[in-house]
Design a protein around this ligand. Structure first.
Ligand code: NDP
Length: 478
């Protein structure tokens, strides 16, 4: 049985109080590892190590940081099969998905921000005086990541934080600790100075909360649920810490009658059920213009029914296990709620029991529900599982009103071949990210994040460097 360690000051170490948590494989229900249940003392040690390392790390030339980050990318690539397997075992996602999406993206994150730091400069305004801006690293920053895309989202934070010259204390989800530990091994092997990168495992409410409250932590880059984001903001705001909060979503997929039908259905299915619906960007409310509704419903439900739910290690599996028994019960409770609210379950709506190795796993059937009003709880609250609703609409204005009518504002996908409408709707939607005739096509240079209760601030491209640095204006009299 694997017993994981924290990574503090360049060394792997057990939690100071010696407490561990059980880590289960969601596909089998079996305990596969013990994770440090770190406390405030471990956080203190990690922050102290990061503080000590900071002055030297901040002074390392960009070229050298570039080389170290590129080395991490190479080492991640060399261990990509092992990383994909670990990610699949920790999350329950299909192994092929971890191979094709999670791990390649983690590698790209390091390459992207390594290259970016070589081109990072700031502005100068020569006038009566010379005004210029210095953007300096902040010091110790916290990177807190969720369980759904563990290495992908952690590296999206860690790579720009390190590239910009900060020292990092990372807190992965206790549910998915393995690849963060492997990243620590790789960062050690790449030759980073001790203390520049640290990992503290443990419960969010203990280790995460201690990290957020620590006075020496200057910024917090957080991805997770809206409820947790609110709690972090409550603690961090009076301490004037910088914050990016990438939170939940209740994203609309809007299908107009003039959409390219085949592609729209296929992508709506992918947007709904990829990674078991456990992606913040998943399209969980599907708005379909009325003349197309019947045809779309028939085709969509048919495809949802035939998605293969199974062992994440089986290459033919399209949907793996949900992250935990507790999450499965939560998803199930939303199906019950949908029935109480008058919804009709068109397919799924129940746990799937597999045979053999995965007989105790947390599998859930792809679920499609209709006949629910846009304001009912199932259409307002994030479920974060393979459960979507279908909603008909008549006019463009109505679609926009339904799409915008939730507390969230993360992403939206719009399907139409009417060019003017596509731009008009994109402009009117309250969402940080809008895809036209596609879903989850990303360019790492574009800002990433949400509006309203989907978060605060943006990640990606220069936005990440703006976040992880403090600007200072200098004026020289000429
Ligand atoms: P949580 O908010 O429960 O947890 C996220 C991270 O925060 C975990 O590492 C967790 O630790 C930690 N944490 C929990 N409580 C605290 C606290 N009080 N102080 C500091 N850290 C804390 O989210 P989930 O892990 O359940 O992830 C699912 C959520 O993430 C969904 O709502 C989803 O929409 C959102 N998400 C948003 C994305 C975006 O980019 N907008 C992308 C992906 C997911 P632990 O797990 O160990 O308790």
């Amino acid at each position: 049985m694997q017993r994981l360690s924290n990574f503090i000051g360049g060394e792997f170490s057990p939690p100071i109080e010696g407490r561990y948590l059980e880590k289960r494989d969601p596909a089998t229900g079996e305990v596969i590892a013990f994770v440090p249940a770190s406390g405030a003392q471990d956080v203190e040690a990690a922050v102290a190590a990061a503080q000590q390392a900071f002055p030297q790390w901040a002074a390392v030339p960009a070229e050298e940081r570039f080389s170290l980050l590129m080395r991490v990318a190479e080492l991640l690539e060399a261990r990509s099969e092992e990383l994909a397997l670990a990610e699949s075992r920790d999350t329950g996602k299909p192994l092929w998905l971890a191979r094709q999406v999670d791990i390649p993206r983690a590698i790209r994150n390091f390459r992207f921000f390594a290259a970016a730091v070589l081109h990072w400069s700031s502005e100068a305004y020569p006038a009566q005086a010379l005004h210029y801006t210095i953007r300096q690293p902040l010091g110790v920053v916290a990177c807190i990541a969720p369980w759904n895309l563990p290495l992908y989202l952690l590296t999206w934070k860690v790579a720009p934080a390190l590239a910009a010259g900060n020292c990092v204390v990372a807190k992965p989800s206790e549910l998915t600790p393995t690849t963060a530990t492997m990243l620590a091994q790789i960062i050690q092997q790449a030759g980073f100075p001790a203390g520049v990168f640290n990992v503290v495992h443990g419960e969010g409410s203990v280790a995460g909360a201690a990290l957020v409250a620590h006075p020496a932590v200057r910024a917090i880059s957080f991805t997770g649920g809206t409820h947790t984001g609110r709690e972090i903001a409550r603690i961090a705001a009076p301490l004037f810490k910088k914050l990016t909060l990438e939170l939940g979503g209740k994203n609309p997929t809007i299908i107009f009658t003039d959409s390219p039908f085949e592609q729209a259905v296929a992508e709506a299915v992918r947007a709904a059920f990829s990674n078991q619906g456990e992606i913040c960007l998943c399209g969980s409310r599907i708005l379909v213009q009325r003349p197309l509704y019947e045809r779309f419903r028939q085709e969509f439900v048919q495809r949802a029914r035939t998605l293969r739910v199974g062992d994440p290690l089986d290459p033919s599996t399209q949907q793996g296990a949900l992250i935990s028994e507790a999450h499965l019960q939560r998803v199930l409770s939303y199906v019950e709620l949908a029935r109480q609210e008058g919804g009709i379950v068109l397919c799924g709506g129940e746990q799937i029991r597999l045979e053999g190795r995965c007989r105790n796993g947390y599998f859930f059937a792809p679920t499609v529900i209709e006949e629910l009003g846009p304001k009912c709880r199932v259409n307002q609250e994030e479920i974060f599982g393979p459960v979507v609703t279908l909603l008909p609409f008549d006019e463009e204005e109505e679609a926009i009103a339904i799409a915008n009518g939730t507390p969230y504002g993360l992403a939206a996908s719009v399907w139409t071949e009417n060019l003017a409408r596509a731009h008009r709707v994109a402009g009117a939607l309250q969402a940080g990210i809008v895809w036209i005739n596609c879903w989850m096509v990303r360019d790492l240079r574009t800002p990433f994040g949400g509006m309203k209760q989907s978060g605060l601030g943006r990640e990606g491209g220069w936005e990440a460097f703006y976040f992880f640095t403090e600007p200072k204006s200098v004026t020289v009299a000429l």
